[in-house]
Design a protein around this ligand. Sequence first.
Ligand code: COA
Length: 245
Amino acid sequence: MDRPLAIARLSALADETRLSVLGAVMRAGEEGITAGEIAAAVDRPSSSLSGPLRHLRLAGLVERRKHGKLSVYRGTRGALRELADFIAALEKQAEAASGLVLQPVHAENAGFIGLRGTLQKNNLPVDDLGGEGQRYFSLLDEGGTAFGYGGLEGAGADQLLRSPIIYPTARGSGMGRALVRLLEARAREEGAQRLWLLTSDAEKYFRRLGYKIVDRAQAPKAIARTKQFAGLCPASAKLMRKELR
Ligand SMILES: CC(C)(COP(=O)(O)OP(=O)(O)OC[C@H]1O[C@@H](n2cnc3c(N)ncnc32)[C@H](O)[C@@H]1OP(=O)(O)O)[C@@H](O)C(=O)NCCC(=O)NCCS
């Protein structure tokens, strides 16, 4: 289920009258229930139920069938299950993130198509790959399945987060977030106080992870002298920074 539909359904449920009406409709099962019967079940006048019923129908939670002049309402089959699955998927993201680890990899020798090939496929810079002070990692679960790569560059208080990347089939389930968090933790253990990155089209993504845009003129020397900053990323690429707690 897509997010707009999930939001429509959650907001339809977030109301005392609508929730009571939905309960009455669900209890009626396949047979369905008329507006008059719903009114009796929820102890409200029928005239007050057209708005709530319409709202529930628009959110796809309730269906209306006409039998002559009579309207009969039924719960939409599977709609609440879909919503429950949507919520469970959020929970799963937390579970998935908790079993993930970073395994150091060599820049030129990792995985099937390797780090270089994966970055190239996604139009991320590779010309300085394997340069001094760079460390790369593969994101793995406990069973050893790989989901993507990420890297760090530098040794001091200001380090560069390099090209976090998740395989397309694994995207959208919190892996990217988990990868960035693990890289941040790793950088912190290695003495970083701030993590910097350059991005052309993932600014919004990193903002959600706590990174803020910084004017390129404010880049500290350790970042300004990296090849990514000095030449590989286009001048239009945004510089972003996060203070590591
Ligand atoms: C960016 C990337 C690592 C995110 O990985 P992911 O596992 O899909 O991310 P998550 O599951 O943690 O987050 C998914 C959310 O981020 C959003 N998102 C993903 N990439 C985005 C981008 N480039 N810009 C804005 N939002 C993005 C998704 O739409 C989704 O939004 P939702 O939660 O509202 O549905 C992945 O898309 C990727 O590998 N992209 C190609 C490489 C790349 O551009 N890396 C960044 C280099 S600076």
